[in-house]
Design a protein around this ligand. Structure first.
Ligand SMILES: Cc1cc2nc3c(=O)[nH]c(=O)nc-3n(C[C@H](O)[C@H](O)[C@H](O)COP(=O)(O)OP(=O)(O)OC[C@H]3O[C@@H](n4cnc5c(N)ncnc54)[C@H](O)[C@@H]3O)c2cc1C
Length: 463
């Protein structure tokens, strides 16, 4: 039986491991943290709270690409996906707008609000859907497409070097419309000026067409389930196991102060190429820019927010001049994170490790307190007196991300998805070591569905 060792138990590693274990490979997955999941996990706090580390909305849950994987792994039978009733709500200097779910609903709501912009709105949706379709086609490229590539893929060639700002500026001069079409930028990047229109097109069209979903009980349910599939198929999942060295057929990990060597026919890495090659002691200079990290404020409420403020939106993007963040109100869905009389919420803000890493202990604590105060003050504008019903808060910074996931700069989104960096062939197989494969956020892009897809691509490449 072929032995596969997987470095890291994020969604990419777990998906590849589960598929390979079911296919008869002997899988050993090594995870440095005490539980698997990486960014796709939860933690518990007093008062009955299960705190979601990150998941707001997973796209593509029932798309053909993900369905193929989830059917194979029987995910739908074991994991419950919950759908918020709208895509997002945006609060900005222009006022509020709710972006509904579904392409036609979204177009209609936008056209009703922007009656002089109907052509721009139609053009926008035409562009993002045709780009997403072209990228989908590109992944199934046949030999006969090559001579006619410019004909089949002229849209891709036209837009591949463009940012979201460039495309939106060509479509309309209406600043509010541009802001709304791009309000959830935080899911992908820190600025529309540097975000590839291709990534925006693939991800946004997927959310509009198929909706976004939360995992009932938190994202760890999915990670834990995938780890169980590995175990139930003669594999092993070892936590608190940090890989410290690797070579062609051996992986060394540290476990309770012992160094243990494992033989492997192949190695799958769920960590960045730079960190992987360091383990293999191979010279590698990362040329690509790494995406930003995130600061997150976890909030437990003594009351159910929906019962206090009424029906509202689940994902709320608050766009202000110096501060933009998303507040996820999990009370708006059947989240399974806490009993119904209480609720859980989360603020996420784009951030960088360099803003935190050189601070002293005292400075770090103070900066966290300031971030918390600023965000809660802003939140109170939209949810009056919300501070009075808080049971606990906890702030995680890019430093926290590094501690728990060991990703470069504490990123959760792989390489920065600029036009130059996003349009590339995903590299599953290493070109430096024969039996080394990559999965996770550095393969296609960050996000649940790209990480899961990378696991499937690895499985297909290895088969
Ligand atoms: C706050 C936040 C909000 C998010 N919101 C969303 C969202 O709404 N929708 C969405 O689709 N995506 C979201 N994401 C992004 C998404 O969670 C990630 O892109 C995705 O889960 C990354 O998966 P991965 O396979 O790259 O593994 P990672 O999560 O990067 O995990 C890698 C694993 O490798 C382990 N590891 C590292 N080094 C070693 C070593 N030497 N030995 C052993 N183990 C090691 C780490 O501990 C970790 O468990 C969010 C992320 C965060 C942090």
């Amino acid at each position: 039986m072929k032995k596969v060792v997987i470095i890291g138990g994020g969604l990419g590693g777990l998906t590849a491991g589960a598929l390979l274990a079911k296919d008869g490979y002997k899988v050993t997955l090594l995870e440095q943290h005490k539980i698997v999941g990486g960014c796709a996990t939860t933690f518990k706090r007093q008062g009955g709270f299960t705190c979601e580390v990150g998941l707001h909305e997973m796209d593509g849950v029932y798309s053909p690409a993900i369905k193929k994987i989830f059917d194979k792994l029987e995910v739908y039978k074991n994991i419950e996906f919950v759908k918020p009733k709208e895509f997002f709500k945006v609060h900005s200097e222009f006022g509020e707008f709710i972006m509904p779910d579904g392409v036609e609903n979204a177009k209609n709501a936008l056209k009703e609000k922007f009656q002089n912009e109907t052509q721009a709105i139609d053009n926008y949706f035409e562009i993002i859907f045709s780009l997403a379709n072209s990228l989908e086609k590109l992944s199934h490229l046949q030999w006969y497409h090559y001579p006619l590539f410019p004909f089949f893929f002229y849209k891709l060639l036209k837009y591949k070097n463009k940012s979201v700002t460039e495309v939106l500026d060509d479509l309309t001069q209406n600043e509010e419309l541009k802001l709304i079409l791009n309000a959830n930028i935080q899911y992908y990047n820190d600025s529309p000026n540097t975000l590839s229109i291709l990534l925006h097109a693939v991800a946004q069209s997927s959310y509009y067409r198929d909706g976004g979903y939360f995992i009932k009980g938190g994202s760890y349910k999915l990670s834990e389930y995938l780890a169980n599939v590995i175990k139930q198929n003669s594999g092993e999942v070892i936590t608190k196991a940090t890989v410290i060295k690797a070579s062609k057929n051996e992986v060394t990990y540290s476990y309770h102060n012992n160094n243990i060597i494992l033989k492997a026919d192949s190695v799958i890495s769920n960590i960045s190429p730079a960190d992987t090659y360091k383990l293999f002691d191979i010279a590698y200079k990362e040329e690509k820019q790494i995406a930003e990290s995130i600061s997150t404020i976890y909030i437990g409420f003594v009351k159910n927010l929906k019962s206090v403020y009424g029906k509202g939106a689940y994902s709320n993007f608050i766009v202000e001049e110096n501060k933009t963040f998303v507040f996820v109100d999990y009370s708006q869905i059947d989240s399974g994170l806490v009993e119904n009389t209480k609720s859980f919420g989360e603020i996420c803000i784009s951030d960088e490790l360099k803003n935190w890493e050189s601070l002293s202990g005292e400075e770090y604590k103070k900066q966290k307190e300031e971030l918390l105060k600023n965000c809660l003050d802003t939140l109170e504008v939209y949810y009056p007196n919300i501070k009075e019903i808080i049971e606990f808060t906890e702030v995680a910074t890019p430093k926290t991300m590094v501690r728990y996931t060991k990703t470069p700069n504490g990123t959760a989104y792989g390489y920065k998805p600029t036009p130059k960096q996003f349009f590339r062939v995903p590299k599953i197989k290493s070109d430096k070591i024969d039996n080394l494969y990559f999965v996770g956020q550095f393969v296609i892009a960050g996000g649940f569905s790209p990480a899961i897809l990378s696991g499937y691509m690895c499985f297909q490449t290895k088969k």
